[in-house]
Design a protein around this ligand. Structure first.
Ligand SMILES: Nc1ncnc2c1ncn2[C@@H]1O[C@H](COP(=O)(O)OP(=O)(O)O)[C@@H](O)[C@H]1O
Ligand SMILES: [Mg+2]
Length: 369
C-alpha cells in the first residue's frame, strides 16, 4: 500500500454565475506516492497542478476518481476525521502569508496548531517543541518568533510553515510552487530541507513548472498537460529519455538541464537528482554548489513575474535568452462546447484520457493524439 494513491482523479469545475459553465481541469490522473518519495508534478500554468494539490489536501472535491491516503478513501473523511487528516497531510504554498492578516505575528500559525492539536501542552513545553521544530528546518527561533510576516523572507515563511507541519507528525507534504519564486540562495536552503524531509520518510508532492527544480530532488516525475498525464516514471528516465512530444518540447526549452551551468556561461552548476541521491554521504546538495546555483538565471522570477505557477514561457524568457515555450492552446476537452455544457461527467466521458504504455521499465508514456 502506498502512502497516497490517486486513482483516475478527474475534476471539472463549474463556473459562471449559475455554475452553468464547465471548466475541465483534470482527467483520470493516477499515480502513487510512497513513503520517503518525492514526486515532481510538472506542467505549464493552467495544466491542473494546483487543482490536484487541493484535491489531495481535501480542499476541492474531485468530480470522479478516488484519493486514498494510507489506504483510506479521503472522500469518506468527515469533519472530525479532517483534523486527523491534516495532522498527517499538509500543504505549503508559494506565497503562504498572502491571505494572512498582516496585523498578526507570523508565529500565530503555531498558536493555531496548539489550540487544535495540542490543547494540553503547557507553556514552556510548547515553547520547546516549537523551537525544536524551527531548528529542524534550520531557522533560528530568535530570528522568526515574534515577527510580522513582512519581516520574514519568503524562504523563512515557507520554512516556518514546514516547521509547523513537522509539529503535526506530517507524512505527506504537498509543496505547490514553493521554490520558484524564492531568491536563489534561499531556494537551495528550502531544496535541502525537502531532501532532508524525504530522508526522514515523508512523501512529498513537489509541484512546479520548472523542470530543473523537479530534476533536482524527485524520484519520480509526472508530466501534466492540460489536465492529462502524458508521461511519468523515474525522473532520470522521463527527463533523460523523454518519449512524449510534449515532454520533449518542455525539455527543449530548458537546455541547461543536461549541461553544467558553467558551460552555459552562467557560472552555476546543476546537480541532477540522481547525483543528489547518490552523492555526498549526507545526501544533501552541498553548499559549495549552492553558491553556484545561486547565480541561477532564473533569479529574476522572484520579482513577481509569473504569478501563481507562472507560465513556463515566462521562465524561459527571463532565463537569459533561452528559447521561450509558447503556451499551447486549450485541448478540445477544455474548450467550451455543446458537450461541455451538459454535465461534468458528460465532459469526462466524451474525452477519455489517452492510455499510458510502459515504454521501458518504470517509464510510461501516453499514446499521442
Ligand atoms: N476554482 C476554480 N473555478 C474554475 N476554474 C478553475 C478554478 N481553479 C482552477 N480553475 C481552472 O482549472 C485549470 C487548472 O488550474 P490550476 O489547477 O490552478 O493549474 P496550475 O496550478 O497548473 O496552473 C485552469 O484552467 C484554471 O483556470
Ligand atoms: Mg498552480
Amino acid at each position: 500500500m502506498s502512502l497516497l494513491e490517486l486513482d483516475k482523479v478527474s475534476k471539472v469545475y463549474k463556473t459562471g454565475t449559475f455554475g452553468g459553465e464547465l471548466k475541465p481541469a483534470l482527467r483520470e490522473v493516477s499515480f502513487n506516492i510512497d513513503k520517503g518519495e518525492v514526486i515532481s508534478l510538472i506542467g505549464q500554468s493552467g495544466s491542473g497542478k494546483s487543482t490536484l494539490g487541493k484535491i489531495i489536501l481535501h480542499l476541492v472535491p474531485p468530480t470522479s476518481g478516488t484519493v486514498r491516503f494510507e489506504g483510506t478513501d479521503i472522500s469518506a473523511i468527515g469533519k472530525a476525521g479532517l483534523r486527523d487528516y491534516y495532522r498527517r497531510v499538509q500543504g505549503v504554498f508559494q506565497d503562504p502569508f498572502s491571505s494572512y492578516n498582516p496585523l498578526y505575528k507570523a508565529d500565530r500559525v503555531f498558536d493555531m496548531v496548539k489550540s487544535v492539536y495540542f490543547p494540553g501542552v503547557r507553556g514552556t513545553d510548547w515553547q520547546a517543541k516549537v523551537e525544536a521544530a524551527l531548528e529542524s528546518v534550520t531557522l533560528n527561533p530568535g530570528d522568526v518568533l515574534n515577527k510580522f510576516p513582512h519581516q520574514l523572507s519568503g524562504g523563512q515563511q515557507q520554512r516556518l510553515l514546514i516547521a509547523r507541519a513537522l509539529l503535526l507528525d506530517v507524512r505527506l507534504l504537498v509543496a505547490d510552487e514553493i521554490i520558484s519564486m524564492l531568491d536563489a540562495s534561499t531556494r537551495v536552503d528550502v531544496l535541502n530541507l525537502l531532501v532532508d524531509l524525504k530522508r526522514r520518510g515523508l512523501g512529498i508532492l513537489f509541484i512546479t513548472h520548472d523542470l530543473s527544480l523537479g530534476n533536482y530532488i524527485s524520484d519520480q516525475t509526472v508530466i501534466l498537460r492540460q489536465g492529462v498525464v502524458v508521461e511519468m516514471g523515474e525522473t532520470p528516465k522521463v527527463l533523460g529519455n523523454p518519449q512524449h512530444t510534449y515532454t520533449k518540447s518542455l525539455l527543449a526549452a530548458v537546455p541547461q538541464l543536461h549541461k553544467k551551468w558553467g558551460e552555459l556561461g552562467a557560472g552555476a552548476t546543476v546537480i541532477p537528482a540522481g547525483e543528489v541521491r547518490a552523492g555526498s554521504s549526507n545526501g544533501k546538495i552541498a553548499h559549495d554548489e549552492v553558491g553556484r546555483y545561486s547565480k541561477s538565471p532564473l533569479h529574476p522570477l522572484r520579482q513577481g513575474r509569473g504569478g501563481s505557477g507562472g507560465p513556463l514561457s515566462s521562465v524561459t524568457k527571463t532565463a537569459g535568452g533561452r528559447p521561450s515555450l509558447m503556451e499551447l492552446e486549450d485541448a478540445p476537452w477544455q474548450r467550451r462546447g455543446p458537450k461541455a455544457k451538459k454535465s461534468p461527467s458528460a465532459v469526462l466521458s466524451a474525452y477519455p484520457a489517452p492510455p499510458l504504455q510502459e515504454c521501458e521499465a518504470g517509464h510510461f508514456v501516453a499514446t499521442e493524439s
